[in-house]
Ligand binder design. Structure first.
Ligand SMILES: Nc1nc2c(c(=O)[nH]1)N[C@H]1C(S)=C(S)[C@@H](COP(=O)(O)O)O[C@H]1N2
Ligand SMILES: [Mo]
Length: 412
């Protein structure tokens, strides 16, 4: 320590960091919250990725170079029908709620970032390198996630690979860090032994808030973010409490079609001349050939209803809506597939990432999977996909193609 307590110090000197809040216990509490929270984030993220069925067809696959990182992929189920809604609500809401915890945790260990010498040994060098991946990867995942939700597809197409590969880098560093630090964090919490003293300032400033108070402050900030976000995953009237959810996009208005719209017909470039009764024909292709059906002909086929939500990757979702239309498996049977195969769906929409999607045989076979013509007892509105849209239980919103033009069953 210097003689003159007022002499300017560099951030590399422990005395530069004067907050009396820093210490092993403060860091450990935040670290343990993140241990649980980030693990849930990673698992729901992996599940969200699997929900796209990226191994089914290149049109669903934004990360064709994933290699062994796709080892765990499985046929995404259709039950329970709110599965993706829950998964993505947890993923996005928890991610936003954890932001204050992440920032407080980084703040609490920032003196270590500047500590000299940069490396005392090879192991120490490796540990610091892994911390770089941990901090960089963590910030990267939170920032890309928030940007994607808030700015509505800022990275057209490229968000998925960035967030996906970033997650693996981050989580690998996170596991290494958790294995090294969890035992000490638990000891710190139980005050069995005061662990690394390096976080405690050697010349602490006067406290303006207690450690407990600071933790309450972080928790309060998280609670505020939670309370102003979660409404978007509950939907309905509670959506209005989601002050932080993006409120751009189409105005859903009121009435049977008055629920959240991601992209309007105008925005997707859907020309009303193409969707009119005279112009629009659904082209269905399968084993026995191709049939072309007008909307009137579709309404003459057996009609079924299903109560299903729209659940977007961005975390917002709607409560169950009543969809009515033709079963996908009936359309498969119409072109010679009594045993429903995989399905390739194409929209009238000419540009944009979500105009094509592949559905797996288990999704086609589910009796609740519809080519919907009506919602909540009324014709689909143009913005919800008139003349016809796909709706599949438990699937991410992106697979519920709007303004459907063509269905191709079998060999994707
Ligand atoms: N043709 C087409 N279908 C689409 C999309 C799109 O951009 N184009 N967006 C998808 C996404 S990402 C979601 S979340 C849902 C939203 O459906 P909604 O606007 O009826 O709520 O539609 C899906 N179907
Ligand atoms: Mo979406």
């Amino acid at each position: 320590m210097r003689d003159d307590p007022h002499a300017p110090l560099l951030p590399t000197s422990p005395g530069f960091w004067r907050s009396p809040l820093r210490g092993p216990r403060f860091t450990s509490v935040l670290g343990l919250v993140l241990l649980v929270g980030v693990t849930v984030m990673f698992l729901t993220g992996l599940l969200s990725y699997a929900a796209y069925n990226p191994d089914l067809s290149p049109v669903n696959d934004k990360t064709p170079d994933k290699g062994i990182l796709g080892f765990y992929l499985f046929a995404w189920p259709t039950d329970p029908h709110w599965l993706y809604r829950l998964n993505q609500g947890v993923h996005v809401t928890l991610g936003i709620t954890l932001i204050p915890v992440l920032l407080a945790k980084l703040w609490s260990v920032v003196p270590r970032l500047f500590a000299l010498p940069p490396a005392r040994s090879l192991t120490h060098a490796l540990e610091r390198l892994s911390l770089l991946l941990l901090v960089g990867g963590g910030l990267f995942e939170f920032v890309t996630g928030v940007l994607n939700v808030q700015l509505d597809y800022v990275f057209p197409g490229s968000f998925y690979p960035l967030h996906f590969y970033g997650a693996w880098v981050f989580f690998a560093a996170f596991v290494a860090h958790a294995v090294l630090k969890t035992p000490a964090a638990l000891r710190n919490l139980r005050r069995l032994r005061e662990e690394p003293r390096d976080l405690v300032s050697p010349r602490p400033a006067e406290p303006t808030v207690s450690r407990r108070g600071a933790l309450w402050f972080v928790g309060g900030a998280s609670l505020l973010l939670f309370a102003t976000t979660v409404g978007q995953s509950l939907g309905g009237a509670l959506r209005r409490t989601a002050l932080l959810a993006p409120h751009g996009g189409g105005d859903p208005g009121v009435g049977p079609n008055g629920f959240q719209i991601n992209k309007t017909a105008a925005h997707a470039g859907i020309d009303s001349a193409e969707t009119g009764a005279d112009a629009w024909r659904l082209v269905v292709t399968g084993r026995t050939g191709t049939v072309r059906l007008s909307r009137a002909q579709l309404t003459e086929l057996p009609q079924y209803s299903a109560a299903l939500p729209i659940a977007c990757v961005e975390g917002w979702s709607t409560p169950d809506q009543w969809w009515r239309g033709v079963r996908l498996r009936d359309l498969a049977a119409l072109v010679g597939h009594d045993d429903p195969p995989d399905l390739f769906v194409e929209s009238l929409q000419r540009h944009g990432a979500f105009r094509k999607a592949a559905l797996r045989a288990n999704q086609v076979a589910d009796p609740r999977s519809l080519l919907a013509l009506y919602v909540n007892g009324e014709e689909l509105s143009p913005d919800h996909g008139h003349p016809a849209r796909i709706i599949v239980p438990a699937a991410p919103g992106v697979l519920n193609t709007k303004w459907v033009a063509r269905l191709t069953f079998g060999d994707l």
